[in-house]
Ligand binder design. Structure first.
Ligand code: NAD
Ligand code: DAU
Length: 350
């Protein structure tokens, strides 16, 4: 099977690519990524020379390029992760999110549809990776299930909700074999340091203020990224066509509690007196339209397909801190922008 993975140079995509390349030597994995600021080929140096892996730089919004790519590569499946993913950026520049997340997804759906409908077609699956943010914001109680009505609040979540609707529409209208999953907040290695946890690790390490929006009362349901990649593997191989699965860690934390725990872990790792890093916490202006609480009910995934998270939060957070402290070069290259030269240096000359 030849599988197109989009956004494979990003945070979650790189873990999904690594898992598929390593676990399924019989598959051919093609990683298509535009290498925006969020795409980093240094996330994949350990597998870049494997015979079942190929990287292609390209834009999911370029219709002609995508049609040609499908025509020449004859993919049997797509796992679609490419997206603009940061809520704060979507507040500053919503249109970019519509273009990539909505139009880019529709572009891919069109190409998959032709691939699926052509004579002798072997196209099997279009797997769309989405987010719990499409369901909106919870109060104190309740959880998102697969039947919770969509109620997005940020331009990011509105664009992801729209892309989910298009994926389902292509199933209903053209019988395209689709699967969707909606996952909660991920954390772990290779997370771009604009998101809460890696930003906090970076700032604590460098004795810089750690910005906490509002009063830090907002709640997120954190899942270790490798557990998300495992869930994607399980769903890709076992879910019924047309189905949706929620993925989550049953692991709700207030932002301020996550940050305080991180400060304490960092104090211990850096040999600072306990309490030193907590002094860096800085309450700043709240995010506009800030969703209060996300909580995923992932019982359908456990019941139907037997998936469960394998990494406890305390263990996952500590190993994430260790990863960032042991991979200072990765972090420095990301913060300096040097990582963006890697494609030209390593790939262009091949
Ligand atoms: P990311 O921002 O780290 O990576 C996105 C990748 O997509 C980057 O490599 C980027 O270069 C690529 N990309 C962007 N625009 C592109 C385009 N036009 N053409 C080709 N490639 C393009 O994102 P992430 O956090 O890894 O999220 C991956 C997917 O998972 C997204 O669809 C996101 O909505 C979803 N998701 C993320 C989380 C989370 O906690 N991070 C949780 C649930 C779902
Ligand atoms: O729920 C899944 C979503 O999780 C994904 O779909 C998104 O792609 C991903 O970015 C993430 O969205 P969030 O907005 O929840 O993640 P972020 O790391 O930006 O923020 C987490 C929480 O921390 C949120 O309540 C906002 C807050 N925050 C964030 C930053 C960057 C702060 O308090 N300070 C910060 O500096």
């Amino acid at each position: 099977m030849k599988i197109l993975i989009t956004g494979g140079a990003g945070f979650i995509g790189s873990h999904v690519v690594r898992l598929f390349v390593n676990h399924y030597p019989q598959y051919k994995i093609v990683n298509l990524d535009k290498l925006t600021y969020a795409g980093n080929l240094k996330n994949l140096t350990d597998i870049e020379n494997k015979p079942n892996y190929k990287f292609i730089k390209g834009d999911i919004c370029d219709a002609e390029f995508i049609q040609n790519l499908f025509a020449t590569e004859n993919f049997q499946a797509v796992i679609h992760l490419a997206a603009e993913s940061h809520v704060d950026r979507s507040i500053s520049n919503p249109l970019e999110f519509v273009i990539t997340n909505v139009m880019g997804t529709v572009n891919l759906l069109n190409a998959a549809r032709y691939q699926f409908q052509k004579e002798g077609a072997t196209f099997q699956k279009f797997y769309h990776v989405s987010t719990d943010e499409v369901y909106g914001s919870l109060g104190k109680d309740g959880m998102f299930t697969e039947t919770t009505a969509y109620d997005p609040h940020s331009p990011y979540s509105a664009s992801k909700a729209s892309s989910d609707h298009f994926v389902r529409a292509y199933h209903d209208t053209y019988k395209l074999p689709v699967v969707i999953s909606n996952c909660s907040n991920n954390y772990g290695p290779y997370h771009f340091p604009e998101k809460l946890i890696p930003l906090a690790i970076h700032n604590i390490k460098n004795n810089k203020p750690v910005p906490v929006y509002g009063k830090g009362e907002n709640i997120r349901d954190w899942l270790f990224v490798i557990d998300h990649a495992r869930a994607i593997d399980t769903i890709f191989h076992n879910a019924q066509i047309g189905s949706t699965y929620n993925i989550g860690g049953h692991n709700e934390w207030k932002n301020i509690d996550v940050i305080e725990l991180l400060c304490d872990i960092m104090d211990q790792k850096l040999g600072r007196p306990q309490g030193t890093s907590r002094a860096l916490i800085s309450f700043v202006k709240d995010r506009a339209g800030h969703d209060l609480r996300y909580a995923i009910d992932a019982s359908k995934l456990q019941r139907d397909l037997g998936w469960m998270p394998s990494v406890q939060f305390a263990e996952g957070l500590e190993s994430t801190v260790d990863w960032y402290l042991n991979n200072d070069v990765w972090l420095q290259e990301v913060t300096s922008g040097n990582y963006q030269n890697y494609y030209e240096e390593q790939y262009h000359k091949r």
